[in-house]
Design a protein around this ligand. Sequence first.
Ligand SMILES: [Zn+2]
Length: 311
Amino acid sequence: MKKNYLFLPIVFLILIFACEKTANDCCLFSTISELDTSKVNRKVLVLGIDGIRSDAMMQNNAPFMFALSNDADVYFTDSHITESITYSGPNWSSILTGVHYNKHGVSDNGFDNPNFDTYPTFFDYIESVDSTINTASIVNWTPINTHILSSCTDFSPELPVQDIEVFEQVQDLLVNDAPFNADMVFVHFDELDAAGHAFGFSSDVPEYSATLNTIDSYVENIFNIINTKRINGEDWLVMIVSDHGGDGTGHGDAQNPYINQTILIAQHPNLIFKNQHTSNQCDLAPTILKFLGISNSNFDCQKDGISLFEE
Ligand SMILES: [Zn+2]
């Protein structure tokens, strides 16, 4: 018995130490997530399109997304706020973790010392609450999978592929359940950003417009698949997001509104989204976890974004 009494102060000291070590105001009192079992059949698709300059998304070069953005029931903004460092690495990291780059620690595309242990991705929270939830990430820009998602998803190929192959893999996943019936899917197309760097980020640039048009057709095809699944009883939330805009042939100037603002669309057949809120990259993770009915007091304390659903 006496041994146990001696042990107590040590446990207490370890808790204090763990609390200070997190380098923020949150204590890691709960790493246990809770799942609202009434929402277990919900599924999420995030379509990431690298380098969308907001004013380039127009009727003639992105007819599907343009029409979708004008749908009264969707959340849409063309002023979605990027991280204050407008590289891809920090922005995709914030989209996936729900915290700004000063916390997750990714300030460029090198991923040198990320803090993903302290600030896990929404995939980590999903897998930790129920590892039978099937999660997938299919990307053109492979650092997303190699540096952020490989350890916390069921399927996240790391071989470099073109956007057309990303589209075909997503189609295979959603239509043929290959390799499984997916519940949480993240997708990343990169060739719009490549066209911007090579020719210019502008709707006046034919190569940029044509690439956006091609990606728009992938998005439309994937949406049609989701709508068929909805008719068959599956309950999907779909989000379309970008990491940054662009101007000239770059996107490094974080003061430039053509660069530090991009688009966000969130769509669900009957849930209501906020309409007086300008979103930022950190809003995706809280929106997705809320939709899936997953809560974690550690995430709630640390997150920098809010759910886009009307309460
Ligand atoms: Zn990018």
